[in-house]
Write a protein that binds this ligand. Structure first.
Ligand SMILES: C[S@@+](CC[C@H](N)C(=O)[O-])C[C@H]1O[C@@H](n2cnc3c(N)ncnc32)[C@H](O)[C@@H]1O
Length: 306
């Protein structure tokens, strides 16, 4: 079954919490097979729409071999052949590669710093704020951001664009319905204020849903939008190549308004941030660096929900 389980007619996320590691095949199978990886890259592009050439080969190979073994396939070639014929396996394969594990207020200490260092100053100085949650998975991150802004100010207009490459998680995000087991990060106060209890779960209230629009977008392929005060891209790029990461971070720097903030994952850091146009501010937080001649906003491109 897919991870979008059903309670009556309601789609409810059932398993975006951390999972058990994949079974480990024998060590020889884990070593990168360069020709095998080239075949995999060639086959996966049309099959799943993912460009593995921009991912780190050794890490991806290990994950794919482990996934193939756990699904009874001798090797990645057999996995690809079966995934062509079996839609459920294809969906699981895609999900394994994009890794959409997430939760509300993931890494709470980071969100507390985000509230004091970013949200409070913005609502104190602005009438409207634009945020991009890039790699938003099933909506936990953009809805968490919406709740923080709404708690900080009932009146500031906040537009959160939430994008992900995976349509399946976006469908869950748009539904805004989460099983009770997935609500661990949401305090009783926030549940009461921002959710409506439903059978076996909670539905995000219209006030919060109205702040977020979801769109399908591949960070490795699609044009970069711009004009944001905040971009959150957390736990998304871990398997991207260094080159792909650098291109993306440079793009984020240009997509931020002057003094805008980029938030990355708690265990991530940006190598050579300054050269990419980002000033490190505190762990996980970067601000758009001012160029020598002063800051100019880039051309704005709106993200139409697709
Ligand atoms: C581990 S989740 C992170 C979710 C959330 N940002 C968080 O930190 O909890 C990674 C998400 O990135 C998405 N993703 C992976 N590759 C992507 C790409 N090339 N473009 C856009 N989203 C991508 C996945 O589909 C997945 O939902």
């Amino acid at each position: 079954m897919s991870d979008a389980g059903r309670i009556g007619d309601n789609v409810v996320m059932q398993q975006h919490a951390p999972r058990a590691p994949l079974p480990v095949p024998d060590r020889r199978g884990l070593e990168l097979d360069v020709a095998g990886y080239e075949r995999l890259t060639h086959d996966v592009r049309p099959l799943l729409g993912i460009d593995l050439a921009q991912y780190r080969p050794q890490q991806v190979w290990r994950r794919v071999v482990g996934f193939a073994t756990s699904h009874g396939c001798a090797d990645p070639d057999e996995l690809v052949a079966r995934a062509r014929a079996e839609p459920d396996l294809r969906a699981a394969f895609r999900e394994m590669l994009t890794i959409n594990v997430s939760e509300f207020f993931r890494d709470p200490a980071v969100w507390e710093r985000f509230r004091t260092q970013v949200v409070d100053p913005l609502v104190a100085s602005r009438q409207s704020v634009r945020v991009w949650s890039a790699g938003c998975s099933a909506g936990y991150e953009p809805y968490s951001i919406a709740m923080l802004f709404r708690q900080a100010s009932p009146t500031v207009r906040v537009q959160i664009t939430a994008t992900d490459v995976d349509e399946k998680v976006l469908a869950v995000a748009r539904a805004g319905r989460y099983a009770t087991t997935l609500m661990g990060g949401v305090s009783a106060d926030r549940r009461a204020r921002f959710f409506t209890p439903t059978t076996g779960g909670y539905l995000v209230n219209p006030e919060i849903r109205a702040m977020v629009s979801f769109a399908q977008r591949d960070l490795l392929r699609d044009p970069m939008p711009s004009g944001f005060d905040v971009i959150a891209c957390r736990n998304v790029v871990i398997y991207f190549t260094d080159e792909a990461k650098a291109k993306l971070y440079r793009g984020f720097a240009n997509a931020l308004r002057p003094h805008g903030t980029l938030l990355i994952g708690a265990t991530e850091s940006i190598a050579g941030a300054k050269a990419l146009g980002l000033d490190p501010r505190s762990p996980g937080f970067y601000t758009r660096a001012a160029p020598p001649g002063g800051l100019r906003s880039g051309p704005r491109q709106n993200l139409a929900a697709r």
